[in-house]
Design a binder for this molecule. Structure first.
Ligand SMILES: *Cc1c(COP(=O)(O)O)cnc(C)c1O
Length: 407
């Protein structure tokens, strides 16, 4: 309880809400009490510009020890040649990767937003689309799979300096060996952005790009279940350029409390229980996808290899925005999402994105996913029926009381 009453009140309501609804936003999770404690530790008081042994401020014995420990844990966990743990989040980590590997005006190739890529992969209103000559590849219109021949053809034509591939709402596993071949063929650097799937990679539930990519960027707060933050892994030959791009290229002082929490999360991620957690996220997503499919919905790309999926709602005649609002009223929180080649506008797209990280952390398994699919379909069949929404919200609240909202 804080002395600040107003903030305490909002905080208490937020905590109660997180506990009582099905949190299915694919980028969210629930951190451990230890991660939370490290994030709220006295390291928040420090300023530590620079790197261990090369700081611009005095009194850094413990910040140096902490950052070195965090880097060592990350290197071991991902098998990387070099690690930088200072990025404030995923977007600045991506900015650092570009800055280290190419210059303003250079050509880049990324995965389009509606095909499941991220804003930072060359979207026109993002820095990546403004500072670089960005070309985007889209998934195949028929299969909604990433077609590697099409990626190769675009790269042959564009000859990018950087091939930047990662997924925010694409549910199938990427073939990093093939992407490496394509990058080599046109003399491009390969960056793999595993912001979403980093925890799955650690768990062995998703391919690891580290052997193939020049640089791998990730967020530490999605499936990796750590504090909000970013991380960069790279081959040793890029170490200097990456470190310089992060500091002083983009950022000032690192958030040492965030790095403390990351160290704790990395230790948690190397435990056997985390392996099981990673595989369960995927098993849950597959159970949910197949239950939704058998109830008349369509999963974009035909299924999932990870913790998320985009659901095409057109079979139910409801748009993504309306559906996401009705689901929220029913105690199911997700986000509206475009589908590839979406005929509808971005604020009212044809789909929703669903993810299993938070639910899996709470201990839900395949059987519960089927129950959730029933609730989702019931809401989508009655998107304007407030009484149905209230009844389902109450059932979900009751159902979730059996699952602790922490771990
Ligand atoms: C979430 C995400 C990011 C950005 O991370 P932020 O921490 O929100 O800046 C970058 N790339 C991908 C693929 C993501 O999914």
């Amino acid at each position: 309880m804080l002395k600040d009453r107003e903030v305490s009140e909002i905080l208490a309501k937020e905590c109660a809400q997180q506990a009582s609804v099905l949190r299915m936003i694919a980028s969210e999770n629930i951190v451990s009490d230890d991660v939370l404690a490290a994030l709220g530790s006295c390291f928040v008081n420090r300023y530590s510009e620079g790197y261990p042994g090369k700081r611009y401020y005095q009194g850094q014995a413990h910040t140096d020890a902490l950052e070195q420990l965090t880097c060592a844990r990350a290197k071991a966990l991902f098998g990387a040649g070099h690690v930088n743990v200072q990025s404030y989040s995923g977007s600045p980590a991506n900015m650092a990767a570009y800055m280290a590997l190419c210059g303003v005006g250079d050509r880049i190739v990324g995965l389009g937003l509606n095909s499941g890529g991220h804003l930072t992969h060359g979207w026109k209103v993002n820095f990546s689309g403004k500072l670089y000559e960005a070309h985007q590849v889209e998934v195949n219109r028929e299969t909604e799979h990433l077609d590697y021949d099409e990626v190769a053809a675009l790269c042959r034509q564009v000859r990018p300096k950087v091939l930047f591939i990662g997924t925010t709402s694409y549910s199938l596993a990427l073939d990093f060996a093939r992407l490496r071949e394509i990058a080599d063929e046109c003399g491009a650097y390969l960056v793999a952005d595993i912001a979403h799937v980093a925890g799955l990679v650690v768990a062995g539930a998703y391919p690891n790009p580290v052997p193939y990519a020049d640089v791998v960027t990730l967020t530490t707060h999605k499936t990796l279940r750590g504090p909000r933050g970013g991380m960069i892994l790279c081959r040793s030959e890029h170490a200097k350029a990456i470190d310089r791009a992060v500091f002083p290229g983009i950022q000032g002082g690192p958030h040492m409390n965030q790095i403390a929490a990351l160290a704790v999360a990395l230790d948690e991620a190397q435990q056997p229980a985390f392996r099981a957690y990673g595989h369960q996220m995927v098993a849950n997503a597959r159970a949910l996808a197949s239950a939704l499919t058998s109830r008349g919905l369509r999963i974009v790309s035909g299924g999932t290899d990870c913790h998320l999926m985009v659901v095409d709602l057109r079979p139910k005649g409801v748009d993504g925005k309306r559906a996401a609002m009705a689901l929220e009223e029913s105690g199911i929180v997700c986000n509206f999402n475009a589908i590839p080649y979406d005929p509808n506008p971005p604020r009212m797209p044809s789909g929703i994105r669903l993810g299993t990280p938070s639910l899996t952390t709470r201990g839900l398994k395949e059987a519960e996913m089927i129950r959730i699919a029933d609730w989702i379909v019931e809401v989508l069949d009655a998107p304007e029926d407030a009484a149905t929404h209230q009844r389902i919200a109450a059932s979900i609240h009751n159902f979730l009381s059996a699952y602790p909202n922490r771990h």
